[in-house]
Design a protein around this ligand. Structure first.
Ligand SMILES: [Zn+2]
Length: 340
């Protein structure tokens, strides 16, 4: 029933977006609503559909390269694409502006997004989590998804008992992409657990599954790749070190995460790090204070909205983009404007 409801909503949005687009309403609202405003887009992964069966990332963070190419053509047509040098500077131009950002420093940003950014000559910011760069580590969500998927294939008493303990034995009886997305959804539902609890779950599965190098597509960039981006007009920002939610850490830990990530990136690139994106977008006044005192110029959150010169520069609003909200031009533009 819920699925049917969300399909109807999606279809309605699509129909309205098409009507608005082809009658010129979208273009009119865009000019009215976004003059002197900047739309900051949040991308995570740009991963081809044919590699999705190797990945344990949630669809909320996935965009296909062909869609990303379409997005840039739309952005270049309707917006002035900017970088942080002019963000919030009170530019008196009326033209709507767009800033493109990527969270997490996924390796596919280098492999798929970067060539398309170069094709359109678009600047962007990539926020990298220090502890994952040039390593085989990946986030707990992708790692746990991989472990559960492989545990479900073991067909042993131990694996059955473990899947049963976490109540996923039933969903693991389905096959292929259905099973994969059910596991990914289940892992996402664990977000409220503490890092200690998540570590314990991981350890239980590691006792029965040989993790090895994990999924080859769920990897982060290397320093060589990051240096190449930096040399070619892509700004590198911090995404802290551990990717832990900053509002759940003690002030000293937040200081350490922000200071260490900034200094290490600067030492590696011989460039000043001006920006940070907070992991999961979680923000409060303490985070804002530390960000300012550590010398960052901008902090990016995940709250939905557009920005202008009056915005809080330490909690900049953004619009999250994935294939489900942006697989065609009219819906993508409606999403950017915030029609829905
Ligand atoms: Zn992140």
């Amino acid at each position: 029933m819920r699925k049917l409801f969300s399909t109807i909503i999606k279809l309605t949005k699509k129909v309205v977006s098409y009507i608005f687009y082809y009658t010129g309403v979208t273009g009119y609202i865009l000019k009215k609503k976004l003059s002197n405003k900047t739309v900051i887009l949040t991308y995570h992964r740009v991963l081809p559909v044919n590699l999705r069966d190797k990945s344990f990332s949630h669809q909320a963070i996935l965009v296909d390269p062909a869609n990303f190419d379409m997005h840039l053509s739309v952005i270049c047509e309707y917006f002035k694409v900017i970088d942080t040098r002019v963000l919030l500077n009170g530019d008196k131009e009326c033209e709507p502006r767009c800033l493109i950002t990527f969270d997490d420093g996924w390796r596919d940003n280098y492999e798929y997004a970067y060539p398309i950014l170069m094709k359109y000559n678009c600047p962007a910011i990539v926020f990298v989590p220090l502890d994952y760069i040039s390593t085989n580590k990946t986030f707990w969500q992708e790692k746990l998804g991989y472990l559960m998927w492989h545990a479900s294939k073991l067909d042993s008493n131990k694996s059955r008992a473990l899947l049963n303990k976490y109540g996923i034995d039933e969903i693991c009886k389905s096959e292929g992409s259905k099973k994969q997305s059910a596991i990914i959804d289940y892992v996402r539902s664990l977000k409220a657990r503490t890092y200690k609890q998540l570590e314990e779950i991981k350890q239980e599965f590691l006792e029965i599954v040989d993790y090895g190098d994990g999924s080859y597509v769920d990897k982060h960039m290397t320093w060589d790749q990051i240096r190449e981006l930096d040399k070619n007009g892509i700004e590198i920002g911090s995404h802290a070190c551990s990717h832990k939610i900053l509002t759940e850490l003690a002030r000293e830990e937040v200081i350490s995460e922000l200071e260490k990530s900034k200094t290490s990136i600067e030492n590696n690139l011989q460039a000043v790090v001006k920006s940070i994106a907070y992991p999961n977008g979680d923000y409060n006044d303490v985070i804002g204070d530390v960000t300012r005192s550590e010398g960052y110029m901008y902090g990016f959150g995940t709250e939905f909205g557009h920005v202008d010169e009056s915005s809080n520069r330490y909690n900049l609003k953004r619009i999250n983009i994935n294939d489900t909200v942006a697989d065609n031009k009219p819906v993508f533009l409606a999403t950017l404007i915030g029609i829905f």
